[in-house]
Every structure is written in structure tokens, then in C-alpha cells.
Design a protein around this ligand. Structure first.
Ligand SMILES: [Zn+2]
Ligand SMILES: [Zn+2]
Length: 132
């Protein structure tokens, strides 16, 4: 489902600057219906070389504008972050690969004494409305 927001309309973190490459990658991910891997992005955006694409994605992920999620096939794929979403909670469709940012995070599962939680990642897998 294409994101109706034009690439310029969402607020950027302070000090963040959208170079043409960053803008191109972000706009492409926002328009994409499913999360995309490095090779898929490289094929879709032939004007960017491999190194530029890697650096651009690293930057977008660091700014929280893009999330990277590892699929069941162990391939990392990128999607545009939804507004106010956590980077650590997602739904992933097992058929079409549609990836949805979720906001609500459950508390961490109980750990044995002496263990400390740093980070909880939740991936809910199932079927989106188009695939159910
Ligand atoms: Zn689906
Ligand atoms: Zn996300």
C-alpha cells in the first residue's frame, strides 16, 4: 500500500539533511508495497552505486526514518518507518512480505535473576488482509 505522504512532508530529526540519494531511497521505500532487500533496491535504483546505497540506508536507519528487518529467510529488508513507530515491533506477512510497523510493545518476558534486558524485538508473522 503506497504511503500517501510526499517525501518532504514528514519531520526530520534535528540536523538531518536529505541529500538527493537519501531522498530518492526514502521516497522509493515509502512508495513500495513490501519491504525491499539490498539487491532489490539496487536493481530499482540503478542511478545509485552499491556503496552509496549502503551508506544511504545506514543513515536512514540511524535516523529512524527506515527500519531494517530480518525475514524468515535470514535476508534483511528495508521499509519506511511509520510515524511514531518503534523500530523493534513489526508485523510481517508470510505470503507477500508486507511489513507493518507496530507501536505497542508488550513488556519483556520474565528473565531469571541476574539477567538484564537491553532490547526486545517483536516480529508478529501471519497474513495481511490481502493474503488472508
Ligand atoms: Zn500479504
Ligand atoms: Zn518498521
Amino acid at each position: 500500500m503506497p504511503n500517501p505522504l510526499p517525501p518532504d512532508s514528514s519531520p526530520l530529526p534535528a540536523g538531518a539533511r536529505l541529500t538527493p540519494a537519501r531522498r530518492t531511497v526514502l521516497a522509493h521505500l515509502r512508495a513500495a508495497s513490501a519491504a525491499l532487500s539490498h539487491p532489490e533496491l539496487l536493481a530499482a535504483l540503478p542511478q545509485l552505486d552499491k556503496v552509496t546505497l549502503y551508506r544511504t540506508l545506514d543513515w536512514l536507519v540511524a535516523q529512524g526514518l527506515v527500519h531494517r528487518l530480518i525475514g524468515e529467510d535470514r535476508v534483511g529488508r528495508f521499509h519506511a518507518a511509520a510515524a511514531d513507530s518503534a523500530a523493534d515491533a513489526h508485523f510481517q506477512c508470510l505470503r507477500c512480505g508486507r511489513t507493518l510497523c507496530l507501536t505497542a510493545s508488550e513488556p519483556a518476558p520474565k528473565l531469571p535473576p541476574g539477567f538484564r534486558v537491553e532490547r526486545v524485538e517483536i516480529v508478529v508473522r501471519g497474513y495481511c488482509p490481502d493474503c488472508s
